[in-house]
Design a binder for this molecule. Sequence first.
Ligand SMILES: *Cc1c(COP(=O)(O)O)cnc(C)c1O
Length: 382
Amino acid sequence: MTVAPFREAVIDLAALTRNVERLRRVIGTEHTMAVVKANAYGHGAVECATAALAGGADWLGVADIDEALELRAAGIEAPILAWLHDPDADFAPAIAARVDIGISSVAQLRAVAEATGRLAELIGESDPASVQLKLETGLSRNGISEPDWAEVFALAAALEQSGAITVRGIFSHLANASPGDDAAALARFQRGLVAAGASGIVPELVHLAATAAALRVPASRFNLVRVGIGIYGLSPFEDSTSAELGLTPVMTLRGRVAAARRVPPGTGVSYDYTYRTTAESTLVLVPLGYADGIPRQASNGAVVSINGASFPISGRVAMDQFVVDVGSHPVAVGDEVVLFGDPAAGAAAGVPAADDWAAACGTINYEIVTRIGRRVQRSYLR
Ligand SMILES: *Cc1c(COP(=O)(O)O)cnc(C)c1O
C-alpha cells in the first residue's frame, strides 16, 4: 500500500485537458491561449501547460518573462506571450527564446528594438522580435494609454518595416465591472484597432477576453481568448458553479490527520481559544496552515471532509496546521482530510469546493488555489 503524502494537492491533468476542450467547443475562437502564470494558479506550470496544449490550446500566457523561460527550459515549444515586465528588463533572453513580448509603453518597445539589435550583432542575422501591443482600455493597470497610441503605433510600424520586430498581436484586458463598462472598454479597443490599422499595423492576433468575457461576451472573443480560471475547472462567476459551466475542478487539496485526541467539554482549541468544545469530543490535527496558503480567515469557518462527513475548522488556522472537532465521528491518525476538490466527483460526492472556501474567507476561488504553497506536494493524475 502506498501512503499518501502528508500535505497534497492532487492535480487532475486529464480534467484540465477536458476543460480546455470544453471551453474551446463553447467559445469557438480560432485560437485559445491557456494562461499558466503564477505556477498555473498554483497547479504546476509545466504539467498544466502540457495538458492544456493536449486539449487544443495553441498559445500559453504568463505574466513574467521568467515564467515563459521556465516553460521553454522544460522543452515546451508552443507560442508563449508574457505581458508584465520589470522596468529594467533585458528582453534579449525572451527574444532568443521566441517568447512574444506584451508591450505597454514606448520605452518597452524601444528596449525590445535595442535588444534585437544587440542579438543581431552577437549572433549575426536575427529573426524579428515578436511583440503584442497591449492597449489600456479601462482596467487602469498596464497597457498603452489612448493618448500614446499614435506614437507607439508609428514607432511599431517603423520598427516592423526595418525588420526589428513583428507586431503579432494587439490585445487588452477587461475589468468585468459591468456590462456597460465592458462595452465601453470594447468600444475603446475597437478604436485602437482602427488607429493601428491606419498606421499600417495588421496583427495576426486580436484578443480581449479572459474566461469570464469569453463565456458571456461573444463580441469580446475576436480570434483568440486567454483562458485561465476556466481551464482549472473553476467558475469566474458568482452565479454559476463549475458543474453548471460543464467544468471539472482540477485541484483536490488534502492532508492526513497528524494527531487525534479525545477531550472533555470546555476544552480550548488553538491560539486565543476562539473555539471551545461543548461536549466530550475528538479533536483532530490537520497539517496545513497559512504557510501552505490556507487563509487565516478560514478560522472557525471553512469546512473540510473527513471519512465522508463535513466539519468546520475549529479555532484559529495556525502557520502549519489547524484543528477540527469531529465530535464522536470515528477518525484516526493517518485518515484523509479533503479540504476542497470536486463536489460532483463520484463516490466522494459532497467534498467542499474551492468556491466554498472562497465564500468562507471573503475572497475568490482564484486566490484559494493560487496561494497553495511549496510544502504541499503536487501529485499529477494523467
Ligand atoms: C490572469 C489573466 C488572464 C486570465 O484570466 P482568467 O480570469 O483567469 O481567465 C487573462 N489575461 C490577462 C492579461 C491576465 O492577467
